[in-house]
Design a protein around this ligand. Structure first.
Ligand SMILES: CC(C)(COP(=O)(O)OP(=O)(O)OC[C@H]1O[C@@H](n2cnc3c(N)ncnc32)[C@H](O)[C@@H]1OP(=O)(O)O)[C@@H](O)C(=O)NCCC(=O)NCCS
Length: 383
């Protein structure tokens, strides 16, 4: 019998590849996309440019940017059958289930879905980037029994998403907020969903299959679903004065506080800092009572958690903690938070597919078998 190997549960600390897409520095709370700090991209760039950067490895020239954004704008519309399926599913299914199904359907409209040439792959990713916000917005409309709003080609990528969802063209500050969320969620190295995308891509399945796998993985509350779960918790707390009692009791009951903790960041997530800053800025713009209340709860919860678990266990707010209140500034329903994450993360997922296929290797880890061997088979009528 050979000796039991070290088992890395959850693949913690295991390097699976080299990558030049993003760097997460978990000790110092830093994040770079293709070498650019997340702070510089959040303040100076926009999602279109960031997604180009991730996909192509460098910032676009003016002409490249115009060609790229033209494709993104022109491809925003959805085929009628996809809209019909969203209409059927949206009132009864979670928007992430709708997103997963509608995204998977898009393979039908690709005449050459298995083409893995570099330019063909990037082109499919641009199509998915263009259409996933429309899927999310249409889902939000149909959930509330409202009419589908077709995309407006004159608007920027994330602004158009808000317009399709609300029917109103966002003002400059609202446009900045939604674009910020698209930028911050665009990429984060080999997290669970990106790894899932790569596992699927490594079998040489098509781009749609790989992205659909990523959507399924992102849904869980330990990953992308944490933003919705964190807002649900803030709503359950209700009154800011209940915050400390609620959190203390939850911790005593060994519950996890959603929006805190991270496998890689053992300090403040830099994206959470950016969201918090913009959220505080939104207080100067006459926010609703709901947003004021949520922010008070969030800040009190943050203080308690950081005092209790920050230094001792390295548990700090992650990007999902302040995301919910910020989406509420924009009036976005909590069920749509994770589908927005999909619309943004499609750029990171797609960039990883391109990188991985450059030197593809089937993903196939091993398990240490602890069951029995050569068990005698017993026919059913003798069991
Ligand atoms: C993200 C997450 C899964 C990473 O966890 P991990 O690196 O695998 O760490 P573990 O699950 O092993 O937790 C380590 C310890 O911290 C505690 N812990 C981790 N996250 C916690 C949280 N959010 N609230 C309370 N305790 C937490 C665990 O209970 C565990 O305590 P123990 O050592 O006393 O048993 C985890 O922090 C979590 O569940 N967070 C909440 C969900 C979330 O916000 N996800 C979004 C991530 S961007």
């Amino acid at each position: 019998m050979s000796e039991k190997p070290v088992i890395n549960y959850g693949l913690e600390g295991i390097y699976v590849d080299e990558s030049s897409i993003s760097k997460v520095d978990g000790q110092n709370g830093r994040l770079w996309y293709r070498g650019y700090s997340i702070e510089s991209l959040a303040s100076q760039s926009n999602f279109e440019e960031v997604s180009y950067l991730l996909l192509n490895g460098r910032l676009p020239s003016k002409q490249e940017y115009e060609e790229y954004t033209k494709k993104l704008r022109e491809r925003r519309g959805l085929p009628k059958e996809v809209i019909d399926v969203i209409r059927v599913m949206a009132p009864v299914s979670h928007p992430m289930d709708v997103m997963r199904t509608a995204t998977s359907m898009l393979v039908m409209y690709d005449s050459d879905p298995n083409n893995r040439d570099l330019e063909a792959t990037k082109d499919k990713i641009i199509t998915l980037l263009a259409k996933t916000p429309t899927i999310a917005a249409a889902t939000g409309r149909f959930r509330e029994e409202k009419k589908y709003i077709p995309p407006d080609i004159s608007l920027g990528h994330s602004e158009n998403f808000l317009y399709m969802l609300s029917g109103k063209k966002p003002n400059e500050f609202e446009g900045k907020l939604i674009d910020l969320m698209f930028i911050l969620h665009a990429e984060h190295s080999t997290n669970a969903s990106t790894f899932s995308v790569l596992v699927t891509a490594s079998t040489l399945a098509d781009v749609y299959a790989a992205i659909t796998a990523g959507i399924g993985t992102l849904k869980g509350p330990l990953h992308g679903g944490a933003d919705e779960a964190a807002l649900n918790m803030m709503n359950a707390i209700g009154n800011p004065d209940n915050t400390e009692k609620y959190i203390e009791e939850a911790l005593e009951g060994k519950q996890r506080i959603m929006g805190f903790g991270h496998r890689v960041y053992k300090t403040y997530d830099p994206r959470a800092k950016l969201v918090r800053n913009y959220l505080e800025e939104s207080l100067t713009k006459e926010p609703s009572d709901e947003v004021r209340r949520l922010l008070q709860i969030a800040l009190r919860a943050e203080k308690l958690m950081v005092d209790k678990l920050g230094a001792t266990k390295g548990i700090w707010p992650n990007v999902d903690f302040f995301a919910g209140p910020l989406y509420r500034v924009l009036g976005i329903d909590s069920h749509l938070f994770t589908p927005i994450f999909v619309a943004s993360r499609t750029s990171g997922w797609g960039s990883h597919i391109v990188e991985y296929w450059h030197n593809n290797k089937l993903v196939r880890p091993v398990e240490w078998y602890v069951g029995s061997l050569d068990t005698p088979y017993v026919p059913m009528d003798m069991r």
